[in-house]
Design a protein around this ligand. Sequence first.
Ligand code: NI
Ligand code: MN
Length: 278
Amino acid sequence: MRKTSDEVTVRSLHETNSKMMCITLNKFLINVHKLGTALGYFCLPPNEQKKMKITYLGHSCFQIDTGKAQLVFDPYIRPNELAKGIVDIDKLKADYILISHGHNDHTHDLVYLAKKTGAKVLCSWEMQDWLNKQGVTNTHAMNFGGSWKFDFGTVKFFQALHSNSLPDGSPAGAAGGFIVGCEEGTFYYSGDTGLFQDMKLIPMFHELDFAFLPIGDNFTMDAEQASLAADFIACDDIIAMHFDTFEMIKINKDEAKKAFARLGKDLLILEIGQTIEK
Ligand code: NI
Ligand code: MN
């Protein structure tokens, strides 16, 4: 028997309600968990509050000292005019180099830094192939949806809405980002990306303490879209990347911060060379 349109409406309303209840329950549980974490945090003596040290090396490049390992993301240092005289690649320590995609403004110093430090490079399967041919053999390939446990914590490779290529035209796989979870906290490094709905999957599985998002427009999201992305990933604490390096991604920092403030979120724009603890 065909359902009347009223029955259909009631049924879909019922389904919507139960979905909403699931989401509400999920949010409630996350809040209970957050409260528990916060209470645990405050109970710890100050010197036992584990934090990560985050250093901005310009463009989308960061060094993160988790306490157990030095992670470097998307090294683009020597060609970056803004980092000249501030960041010395030869003094940079790295145990792991995480590569979101193959574009030059994310990999220019990859082979150099990987060979110099002997760091393990995390990247797409296709980029691993290319790296191996460049003589970089300490690599770990990943693909979307997959996680791997390293000695400092767990890394998940997550999709990005961006293109990908390598300088010599070798296959690069798809552009991605990383969700890193360790004892000291959990964060998301999106890589270059536009805004996409699948970001909403992240808070279903990860409770983020902070996230790195691009805000420079033209090649990626602008600050307004990035503030929405912050909403999608349920994270109030965002560190800006991919801005000011080139003419096409120069931003107005006050406007960018305002876009985030409108959604009750904090956008942190670091100076190159600056180190913060989180
Ligand atoms: Ni790119
Ligand atoms: Mn880029």
